[in-house]
Write a protein of this length. Sequence first.
Length: 239
Amino acid sequence: MIISTSILRAGIAAFMVALVAGCANQSGGPTVHDAIQGAVNVLGASLGGKPAGGPATGAVFGAPSESSFKDILAAEPGSQWPRVALSITALQPTAYKGMVMTWGSNIPPDACMRLSAVVWSSAKKSRTIPEETFCVSQMRPTNINSSGEILAWGSFENLVGKMPNTGHARTNGPVQPAKLFPEGGDYKNFYNSQASGTFGVLIRLMGYDLSIDGVKDRRLWVVSVPSEAEINAGQKVLR
């Protein structure tokens, strides 16, 4: 499903208005999170016609995943661990083709990405998941996280509390960067692309649901991902 630039801009504008208005009406502290999450709901509604956190009906067919990434971020509510530093090393050739993920969208069954990760169970203990290829065809029909939720998660710095971060440096942890997804124009189209759909399925497989507390829960970050220019040049492409 492709949504026009004007609609996407309108959705983002609605997000920012709701964010500013919500924060202005809050007294500070933990309640600021409610304003931010409410703004995410506005953006989700603008893009998909339903509030963030609503059921995703996009069908993704296949056998249950045997991926090493299954449930690696499952945790008790409010926990700071485990944390995952995710490296995406290759994408399908059509990864940056436009497709805003909303409720009811269909993800191409051949959508895949190659990735590895460092999983931190505490500040001093970690394990590495070797590189493997994840495809949405590995999954049974499932819920996904929408483009609006992924955009809010990846684009904004932590506004609720002052958690330590590495600034612009993107490392394998255990401390996350200021922004959870790589910054810059080379990545801006990720959020309305097929790659976003694949990513939305992957993180749900990992036990990480952005519709619940995606702005506040910062236990996952992307260390690196192929840029649109690299994919268009035939680099870092899945063969």
